[in-house]
Design a protein around this ligand. Sequence first.
Ligand code: NAD
Length: 346
Amino acid sequence: MSSEPSAATETGGNETEGNMNRNRDEDEAGAGDIDDVSVVGAGTMGYGIALAYATGGCEVRLYDVDDDAVERAKRNVRSGLDSLAAVGRLTETESRSVADRIGCESDFERAVAESDLVTEAVPEDVELKRETFARLDEHAPAEAILATNTSGLSITEISTAVSDPSRVVGTHWFNPAHVVPGVEVIRGERTANETIDRTTALLERIGKTPIVVERDIRGFIGNRLQLAMAYEAFSLLDRGVADAETIDRAARSTFGFRLPASGVFEKVDQSGLDVQADVTEYLLPDLDRGTDPHKVLSALVREGNLGTKTGRGIYDWSDRDLDELNAERDRELLALLDAYESNAAE
Ligand code: NAD
């Protein structure tokens, strides 16, 4: 997805290819050679990553071991395209050409044989990731960039499964990947500068905001911040301080409302560092600094209540259709994306 309304969107004409060629001409950082992308694992993240690359002009092959997952991914791609079209980010013609650029492939070797970049999005299990990378080492072109979408495992550890770890990089996308602008680009201990530069340039070319994380630290930046907040939220729930609706209302309407405008540190500067130091001193000892999942979380997981995918998590989703829920979430986030892009353009 282009971060700007595309020329075709503005004129209503079919200028998709022209728009993409322009993006390639403007590409000065070395991603102009990346046209073919493969995504291994077509689940929650895989379909969105495929959609983001295809919307940005790449040819994408999507592979999964599970045929049902591939069928679900096809449905999700269609629904993602509908959401983008509904807010005017794609014309109907563009939607069709994006869909045509995503090919589903059931044979691993064929799926990766001609790739310039492969993104792995299989479940978060380091051994499975290492096995997948060992297969990529064997079957993907020797010069292809090999990216992992791990949420926080060590890029360095995953990279040792291939003979040349300098081409392995973390690209940590956020769900829904075709909408959320930021993608963390994580340097493993042996990742080459060229791998970082080409990956970053590619992400910029497709309209994303790459965030280079120079140290291979578990959870990177985004998930460390996210988990710190969620841990305290679960603690408040566990201690009966407030119910989930109240905590979510507070997060959305107070500090969460402000985050897109100020981030963390601009806000702190605006409040005053003296205030920050005072609050840190008296509040930190009172925060939950445990190391285990909270009782409420463990109990729900034990009971098989895993969230929207099982119909029940913290909330009851049993009367909601999952596809509709995803479409509703995409629409809400796409409205926020407009604001993000106009801020970024200032
Ligand atoms: P998921 O379970 O929805 O999808 C994983 C897919 O991989 C499934 O379709 C499964 O059939 C497939 N798979 C399993 N073994 C495979 C193999 N050997 N080869 C090919 N496909 C295989 O998981 P997800 O939520 O999409 O997460 C994928 C990765 O992305 C994980 O590392 C996760 O931590 C990370 N991640 C997830 C989120 C999120 O919000 N879900 C966000 C950022 C990163």
